[in-house]
Design a protein around this ligand. Structure first.
Ligand code: F6R
Length: 366
């Protein structure tokens, strides 16, 4: 049932070209520059007049929400707030009928996320659910929504569900942009053409697997690890750190790269690997200076870079290449090597990657 893989987690990592493809199927029409999200079409008009979007979720799904924030604000120009469901539900949030609340959940059964929906609904908001499990409680509580169609996820640490959530949010960003006239048709054609090709590019990222395994051997005994990124790669860094913590029990922190000098820089030494997402996007130069800051303090750097990059290669101990894509799609590719890195490190440490200690697949108690 693991399809020849040693663990469900690895199988699910390798399923991502398929799962992202399934999430996109029938929803994007690159030739026509059109996104169609059947599950929320009754609210297409409403999206024209909303004042803001609030995203509520927990854990990995919250990280997907943070990627969504960057994408929705950038392309649809709607203000977005991303909240931990557990905090949102207990702090008497200000919500109006003009708000759309997006609840993101793989399982669709997370207690805090359900309670956040109920509260927002009582206060008149429109609720969209982004969920993987069809017919689960969260889609039933929502007014409308988008299923991620990643297929059943068995590994406790979320992998393919995360990339499918990010895919759904990417489509939602372009859909909202389209409804609000915030993007031109030619730009949409361009982006959707690229999005349509993402499954094939995810497949290409697997070429680095053996290299990542070799890197993992060198770092498997670390007790701490820092993950840094900027822009939409910041939530990717958070997710990279969470994966490593969950399955390898190595303490890891994700930070916006620029925040490093406000504290975590004190931790840097040769024993703490620093993982950067350093692809060639708008923040590339800034990330390079952050890498220099780490190097100057004797830190060892593993960097996710754009294919063919030589600048970061000359600075970092190790680089892992991903194909070149527009900034909007970097999270979908940069996440994959980080999943593989956690996986190999955990396996080398003899951990139970599919069922890490103390964790449950769905958290139905608050
Ligand atoms: C991490 C992980 C958890 C879940 C969180 C929310 O790998 O799986 O952090 O993301 O418990 O679960 P869902 O998405 O089912 O609401």
């Amino acid at each position: 049932e693991k399809g020849g893989y040693d663990h469900f987690m690895l199988k699910e990592i390798y399923e991502q070209p398929r799962s992202v493809g399934d999430c996109l199927r029938g929803r994007i029409y690159p030739d026509r520059g059109l996104v169609q999200l059947g599950g929320i079409k009754e609210y297409a008009e409403k999206l024209k007049n909303i004042d803001r979007i609030i995203i509520v979720a927990c854990g990995t799904s919250w990280h997907a929400g943070l990627v969504g924030e960057y994408l929705i604000e950038e392309y649809a120009r709607v203000p977005v707030e991303v909240e931990y469901a557990s905090e949102f539900r207990y702090r008497n949030p200000i919500i109006t009928e003009k708000d759309v609340v997006i609840a993101i959940s793989q399982s669709g059964e997370t207690a805090d996320t359900m309670a956040a929906i109920e509260l927002a609904k009582e206060r008149g908001a429109t609720i969209f659910g982004i969920c993987n499990v069809v017919g689960a409680s969260i889609p039933r509580l929502s007014h409308a929504g988008v299923y991620t169609h990643a297929g059943p996820e068995i590994g406790v640490a979320s992998t393919k569900a995360f990339t499918a959530q990010v895919t759904a949010l990417t489509m939602l960003a372009f859909y909202t942009a389209q409804q609000r006239g915030a993007i031109t048709e030619s730009k949409l054609i361009e982006y959707l053409t690229e999005l349509n090709n993402i499954p094939a590019l995810i497949q290409k990222t697997f070429a680095a697997n053996d290299h990542i395994k070799t890197i993992s051997e060198e770092y498997k005994d670390a007790s701490n690890c820092l993950f840094l990124g900027r822009g939409s790669s910041f939530p990717v860094a958070l997710e990279g750190a969470l994966k490593l913590k969950e399955i390898s029990y190595i303490h890891a922190e994700g930070y916006p790269a620029a925040e490093m000098k406000h504290g975590p820089i004190a931790l840097i030494d040769a024993d703490m690997p620093v993982v950067f997402i350093a692809t060639q996007n708008s923040s590339y130069e800034k990330v390079i200076s952050n890498i220099q800051e780490v190097k100057a303090r004797g830190g060892r750097v593993i960097a996710i870079v754009t294919e063919g990059d030589t600048i970061v290669r000359d600075m970092a101990e190790h680089t892992i290449e991903i194909p070149e894509v527009s900034e909007a799609f970097v999270p979908l590719l940069a996440t994959i090597p980080l999943q593989l890195l956690s996986y190999h490190i955990a396996v080398l440490r003899g951990c139970n990657v599919d069922q890490p200690r103390n964790l449950a697949k769905s958290v139905t108690v608050e």
